[in-house]
Design a protein around this ligand. Structure first.
Ligand code: FAD
Length: 503
């Protein structure tokens, strides 16, 4: 997919942050101390948005374009918004922001959404697209996936395929066990899912402004509205701001919701895909352990899936610094990783995959204590550990944010104390709590442990039936009990590793 890089050379001070940050070395420094950088390899751009997010002068924009759109087609910021004070002003038209918009409209609220992407047809990072329903959802392969709280149905024809096995894999290729097919995971491209939600929100009467980047959240000391400052020095006002901006949590944090109280590191990743294998495995998995060639002291996290429609492989660094680790392109690292025997046997040959892959940078943080501030709520990935809350759960936390905001507006108390019900309910959600486990295992462990210890960790995890665990309900409880019985002795022998296995 194309990415349009727009550099405002008049604003660029030549500080070189983009040169050091870009995981594909797209930029080169200018000739001289304050000379603007130049875009030397736009064709390599992964659309990870790290340069766009980090440029202190706001001199860079990266437009993740759908295949039939060019930079010339990108709309002006703020189109369709006016000066009124909305009930909800929502930053981000991802699953959480759109979940808030749909639920807000269902409650009769006036809702405005600002989204930095140029259109609803391409989301801001790649995503495995696996929608994991929960008990209570109607998940039937023939009927699609129905999410009752949002009254949202993903029709059958938007479900690409269904995967049934889920694994964790260690550095030597050893995987967790599978006693049979686990929960059915419907694979729906995230772009398709988000577009369906955006259409639903628009039909319900929400306003959405594309190519509209929120720069900050402003509040008066008194009872005035909260204002989201957007590009072009305009503001969009609301009684409550929902910062559904995804994993960076930047606006929420700056507005006083302490979501980034414990930042742990960053991850740069790239996703490659090719067609299905001759004998698709119907599986997905996460792998620990840095492949040979990764920069010294940098961990790795990889994801693969093999289905009847597509084979995907995503890998990337897990690192302490927000800039690129070393001078190796992340796509080269991922190609190296894909060639490792432990992956090649599961996903086939990615060597021929010539197209520029999609990419992202993720912030890793420990689960915060609170995701609210005066007149501000931060749902979705903005409050979780490592940007993988999952699309369905993110949508649910967005809907919860809208309901809590509606009740607080009705009571006339939109202070942090008045919005605290969001914290009470969101941090009690099993999927949000489950993020602690994923974070410790997938982020903290690869950063802290060498190959031998990661291997030992996999030894402890080997009896876990991840596919059953992910299904929730009695099956998951049974799988957990069986795991504890089988791994109890191994756990007792390696107490030093237990902190990585805690939920
Ligand atoms: C590599 C990867 C693979 C994944 N695979 C899966 C999977 O298979 N299944 C699954 O369910 N989940 C998966 N996830 C997780 C899932 O994508 C997220 O949990 C989910 O998208 C979170 O939704 P959100 O709305 O909170 O955030 P996001 O989807 O990140 O949306 C945030 C939105 O806010 C916008 N935004 C950010 N800053 C601004 C700003 N300043 N102004 C205006 N707009 C802004 C962004 O452009 C974006 O559209 C994956 C995540 C990653 C990173």
């Amino acid at each position: 997919m194309p990415n349009g890089i727009v550099l405002d050379a008049a604003r660029c001070t030549g500080c070189g942050i983009c040169v050091r940050t870009c995981p594909e070395m797209v930029f080169v420094p200018g000739d001289g101390p304050r000379a603007p950088v130049s875009v030397a390899h736009s064709e390599r751009c992964l659309g990870c948005l790290a340069c766009d997010e980090d440029c202190p002068e706001g001199a860079l924009r990266v437009h993740r374009l759908p295949s039939d759109m060019t930079v010339a087609d990108v709309p002006q910021p703020g189109v369709g918004l006016d000066d009124r004070v909305h009930d909800l002003v929502i930053v981000g038209a991802g699953p959480a922001g759109l979940g808030a918009a749909i639920a807000g409209r269902a409650l009769g609220m006036d809702v405005a959404v600002v989204e930095r992407m140029p259109s609803m047809r391409r989301a801001h990072h790649p995503d495995g697209g696996l929608l994991m329903g929960q008990p209570g959802d109607v998940t039937q392969e023939l009927r699609g996936l129905h999410l009752p709280e949002l009254d949202l149905t993903v029709p059958r024809d938007r479900i690409r395929e269904t995967l049934r096995y889920a694994f964790l894999m260690g550095p030597d290729g050893r995987t967790t066990r599978s006693a049979g097919p686990g929960v059915a995971m419907a694979a729906v491209d995230k772009d398709v899912f988000v577009q369906g939600m955006a259409e639903r929100a628009l039909d319900a009467g929400a306003r959405i402004a594309w190519n509209t980047r929120a720069q900050g959240v402003e509040r008066d000391l008194g009872d005035g509205p909260v204002r989201v400052r957007i590009d072009g020095d305009r503001c969009v006002a609301g009684k409550v701001a929902i910062c559904a901006e995804g994993v960076t949590g930047r606006l929420a944090q700056a507005a006083g919701a302490p979501v980034n109280a414990a930042v742990v590191g960053w991850s740069f990743g790239a996703m490659f895909e090719h067609g299905p294998l001759d004998a698709p495995r119907h599986e997905m998995g996460f792998a620990l352990g840095a492949p040979a060639g990764f920069p010294e002291g940098v961990g790795a996290l990889s994801y693969w899936s093999s289905g009847t429609a597509r084979t995907e492989f995503m890998s990337g660094t897990v690192q302490r610094t927000r800039h690129r680790a070393g001078d190796v392109r992340v796509t080269d690292l991922v190609r190296m990783a894909a060639g490792e025997a432990r992956f090649a046997s599961r996903i086939g040959d990615f060597g021929a995959s010539a197209a520029t892959p999609d990419g992202c940078r993720i912030l890793a943080r420990r689960l915060p204590q609170s995701a609210v501030a005066d007149r501000v709520i931060a749902p979705g990935d903005a409050l979780t550990c490592c940007g993988m809350l999952t699309s369905v759960t993110a949508a649910r936390t967005g809907a919860l944010a809208a309901r809590v905001a509606a009740a607080a507006i009705a009571r006339g108390d939109v202070s942090a104390a008045g919005l605290r019900d969001f914290d009470r309910r969101v941090f009690a959600m099993a999927q949000v709590k489950g993020m602690k486990f994923l974070h410790n295992l997938l982020i903290e462990a690869p950063m802290a442990l060498g190959r031998a210890d990661l291997d030992a960790l996999m030894g402890i995890l080997a009896p876990l039936d991840l596919g059953r665990m992910m299904g929730g309900g009695p099956g998951a409880l049974w799988a957990l009990a069986a795991f504890m019985l089988r791994s109890g002795r191994a756990m007792a022998g390696r107490r030093d590793l237990m902190r990585f296995l805690k939920a």
